[in-house]
Design a protein around this ligand. Structure first.
Ligand SMILES: [Zn+2]
Length: 174
C-alpha cells in the first residue's frame, strides 16, 4: 500500500522535475546546472527568492537550510564551493534545498510535527531527496548507463548513481 503511494508520489515529482527542466530548456541536458539554477532561474520563478552563502561555522551539521517565510535558501560556503567545483554530493545538497523550496510553494507540502511518524512519501525530506534526484538524473536521459557513466554525465555521487539504478530496476525502467 505504501509502495503504491510512494510510486505515485515519485511519479508526480518526476513529472514536476520534467516541467521545471523544460521551462529552462534543460530537458535534454544531462548535467543540471544547479548553481546557475539557484542564482538565476529561481528568481524568475519566485520573484521574492533570495540565497545566501554563510561561513560553515554558522550552519553546523547541515548542508543547507530553506526558510520559506523569508524566501531564502542558505548554504554553507563549503557546500557552495564544492558544488561550483562539480562535486556530486554538494550538487545534490543544493538541489535538495531547491526542492524544499519548490515543495513549500506547492500543495505537496507536508509539515513534520514533532514526534509524528510520516509515511515516506509524506516526509518532506523524502520529497526533497526524490525531487532533487529526479532533477539531477531524469531516468529518460540515463537509459542503459552504468553507475560510473551516470556519475560523470550527471555530476552526481556514486551513491546517488547507485540509488538511481536501483530505483530504475524497481520500476522496471531501461
Ligand atoms: Zn532537507
Amino acid at each position: 500500500m505504501n509502495y503504491i503511494a510512494d510510486a505515485t508520489s515519485r511519479c508526480d515529482l518526476r513529472e514536476y522535475a520534467g516541467t521545471i527542466r523544460s521551462a529552462f530548456r534543460l530537458d535534454k541536458k544531462l548535467y543540471f546546472p544547479v548553481l546557475e539554477f539557484l542564482e538565476y532561474a529561481m528568481v524568475q520563478l519566485f520573484p521574492e527568492f533570495n540565497w545566501e552563502i554563510v561561513p560553515d561555522t554558522e550552519l553546523v551539521g547541515v548542508e543547507g537550510l530553506t526558510l520559506p517565510n523569508e524566501h531564502l535558501i542558505i548554504l554553507p560556503e563549503t557546500v557552495y564551493w564544492d558544488a561550483a567545483a562539480g562535486m556530486g554530493r554538494a550538487r545534490f545538497s543544493v538541489a535538495h534545498e531547491i526542492s524544499h523550496y519548490f515543495q513549500i510553494d506547492s500543495k505537496t507540502v507536508a509539515l513534520c510535527r514533532a514526534g509524528m511518524k510520516l509515511p515516506p512519501y509524506r516526509d518532506p525530506e523524502w520529497q526533497a531527496n526524490t525531487l532533487a534526484a529526479e532533477l539531477l538524473i531524469p531516468p529518460n536521459l540515463s537509459i542503459g548507463m552504468y553507475a560510473e557513466e551516470i556519475v560523470h554525465a550527471f555530476g552526481v555521487s556514486l551513491a546517488a548513481a547507485n540509488v538511481h539504478i536501483k530505483q530504475k530496476y524497481r520500476e522496471n525502467l531501461p
